[in-house]
Write a protein that binds this ligand. Structure first.
Ligand SMILES: [Zn+2]
Length: 247
């Protein structure tokens, strides 16, 4: 009787162990699946090849993010698998974390445009450093990415900026003046009548006419054979570009 009970117990124990094992295995499989799909979602931008022999242009957007405008620009870029550079203002990020992450995940480039959008020219070095670091920390805390380029607000800076920052300082070759006129047609015309290989276009992802202009320009420039690249890509393939100042 005792032997039979022992046998029964060991069989029961065996069943329990098998069940526990299956649950563990199932859980492990499900977790593995979730991990993979999360990773896949993060690398959402499809691969692309830049042809150095073909013309390229860098669209740049300052002063954002602003979800409804930045989102439309990203949508338009996605349809042609193009990239752009977004010079982000640190103080504008709170409440707009999702769109900032989307910029980062889309393969577009993140640039530093200070924390409070202040003029760096004439500013004390400690203040400049604080502005750049605060913006950098904010962007990194949301996206896990560091900025690769810097654009001083208004394009104004002293030579001392080169000693404070080792990033390329990026200006522009075509200024749409979109913030001033806020008219889609004017921005589109200014770019299309000047656009040439190696240009850097300045726009601001704060205004709806800029979103409309960007949508039209992204389609039209692509039709005209331009590759839409980030500033860093432009610097790689067109190092002679005059509007990027490297220490
Ligand atoms: Zn600005």
């Amino acid at each position: 009787m005792v032997i039979r009970l022992k046998k029964l117990l060991s069989v029961l124990l065996g069943i329990v162990l098998i069940l526990l094992g299956s649950v563990f295995l199932l859980h492990a499989m499900l977790t593995a699946n979730t991990d993979t799909s999360a990773k896949r979602a993060q690398v959402s931008a499809p691969a692309r090849q830049i042809d150095p022999a073909r013309p390229m242009i860098a669209l740049t957007f300052d002063d954002g993010p602003y979800t409804p405008v930045t989102g439309r620009i990203l949508d338009a870029l996605q349809t042609v698998n193009g990239r752009a550079t977004f010079f982000v203002v640190g103080s504008r990020i709170d409440g707009r974390e999702e769109i900032l992450k989307r910029i980062a995940d889309s393969g577009c480039e993140l640039g530093n445009h200070t924390y409070d959008h202040v003029t760096l020219r004439g500013m004390r070095e400690s203040e400049i450093r604080a502005q750049l670091e605060k913006a950098e920390e904010k962007i990194f805390s949301v996206t896990g990415q560091k900025t690769t380029v810097l654009r001083p607000p208004g394009g104004m800076y002293d030579a001392s900026l080169f000693t404070l920052c080792d990033q390329p300082i990026v200006l522009w070759t075509i200024d749409t003046m979109d913030w001033k006129h806020q008219k889609k047609e004017i921005s589109v015309q200014r770019v299309l009548e000047q656009a040439k290989d190696g240009d850097i276009v300045l726009m601001h992802d704060l205004f709806f006419p800029t979103a409309e202009a960007a949508e039209e320009l992204i389609a039209e420039l692509t039709d005209r054979g331009f590759q839409l690249v980030t500033v860093t890509e432009l610097l790689t393939y067109r190092p002679e570009t005059e509007s990027i100042h490297v220490r």
